[in-house]
Design a protein around this ligand. Structure first.
Ligand SMILES: Cc1ncc(C[n+]2csc(CCOP(=O)(O)OP(=O)(O)O)c2C)c(N)n1
Ligand SMILES: [Mg+2]
Length: 348
């Protein structure tokens, strides 16, 4: 396990870590917003679980999961203004794209490769999100390309004088790609309004952190680009929200980018094509599941008096109805025409 213990602190020379008590103090979200944030996490988890069931049943070709990352993404998302800010996501960002306005039906149309899939019309692998309407930039499969591209979007916003911040996410493995370093360097030189979030789940498929980089914490990489590096417990949505809010405010002020490291764990194998038993112990997985972001964030809300059992039961039934509706809708939706397979592949 990382040094960020439950509740969210880490004392690391040179980088700032969010204190656990900070997570519940000085919050500008009311109880209704806190509940909506939690319901978003429940919805993402339920959709993700349904996707795996459909994969195992032979209906969904490929599943790549955000289970375990929901707290980090919900906390991040709530710090942005989704009516104007841009999201350049990575494949685990289901919670974020739902927050940015993608619907459960959209997600299931993607998972089941249907013609009506707003991401790619059913042509891309599931997990490659993109929507011009929602300001979600299409993801590419090569890891970390979005880190080089997001500063370009932020530069455009800056040149146009817009009050717009770009959020981009990547795994910790992606921080060893050249694109990551070029992107951070460029964004810092030009003080671009961008927030880089590394969702550190300790593995790049089977490769553990210590075989990926010689620093102990991803946030330390920020020092090389003269930007703040903040490490936060990604199981605690409120701690992430508070850290992200500061990064967004810094970007809006014109003070430039921030590197935010959210420490999480993925509960599933890397993808539906992976067997994680070959590289991590069941004990390790169980230890992290005890710190499921749904458990941690539920406890935070209950401590604030923002969530009762009855309210959560109502949320769960809304979530189930929504996931059932999305599944039925997408299963009944038409597949793309075979000739559409080459749309946008060759010049028309
Ligand atoms: C440039 C490149 N190399 C390798 C791959 C294969 N690949 C896909 S995801 C992945 C692991 C990435 O790990 P990390 O960045 O930690 O993200 P995580 O999946 O753990 O969230 C790899 C190696 C790829 N897509 N692109
Ligand atoms: Mg990883």
């Amino acid at each position: 396990m990382t040094s960020v213990g439950s509740g969210g602190t880490a004392t690391i020379p040179g980088i700032r870590a969010e204190a656990p008590d900070a997570a519940t103090s000085n919050l500008d979200l009311d109880h209704g917003q806190l509940r909506a944030m939690f319901e978003l996490m429940l919805l993402a988890r339920a959709l993700d679980e349904r996707t795996w069931l459909l994969n195992r049943a032979g209906r969904v070709s490929f599943a790549i999961s955000g289970q375990g990352h929901e707290g980090a993404q919900a906390g991040l998302g709530y710090a942005f203004d989704t009516s104007k800010d841009w999201l350049h996501p990575y494949y685990r960002d289901l919670t974020l794209v739902l927050h940015w306005g993608m619907t459960p039906r959209d997600v299931m149309l993607m998972n089941l490769s249907r013609k009506g899939d707003p991401n790619s019309g059913g042509r891309q692998m599931p997990g490659h999100y993109g929507s011009r309407r929602l300001r979600i930039v299409s993801s590419s499969s090569p890891v970390a390309t979005q880190i080089a591209q997001a500063p370009g979007i932020a530069l455009a916003s800056k040149l146009r004088g817009e009050d717009v911040v770009t959020l981009t996410c990547v795994g910790e493995g992606g921080t060893s790609e050249g694109d990551f370093h070029e992107g951070l360097n460029w964004a810092s030189i030009h003080r671009l309004p961008v927030v880089f979030c590394v969702q550190n789940n300790h593995y790049a498929i089977s490769v553990p952190m210590e075989k990926q980089m010689a620093v102990r914490h991803v946030a330390e990489r920020a020092a090389a680009y003269n930007m703040p590096g903040v490490q936060v417990d990604g199981t605690d949505a409120l701690a992430v929200y508070r850290a992200a809010r500061e990064a967004v405010a810094r970007a809006r002020r014109g003070d430039g980018p921030t590197l935010l490291e959210t420490v999480v764990y993925r509960f599933t194998p890397h993808s539906s094509d992976d067997d994680d038993r070959s590289y991590r112990s069941r004990e390790e997985v169980e230890e992290w599941k005890a710190r499921d972001p749904l458990i941690v964030t539920r406890q935070r809300l209950q401590a604030l008096g923002a969530l009762t059992d009855e309210q959560e039961a109502e949320m769960q039934s809304r979530v189930k109805a929504s996931v059932d509706d999305a599944t039925d809708f997408a299963l009944a939706a038409p597949l793309p025409d075979p000739e559409e397979a080459v749309t946008h592949v060759y010049a028309g």
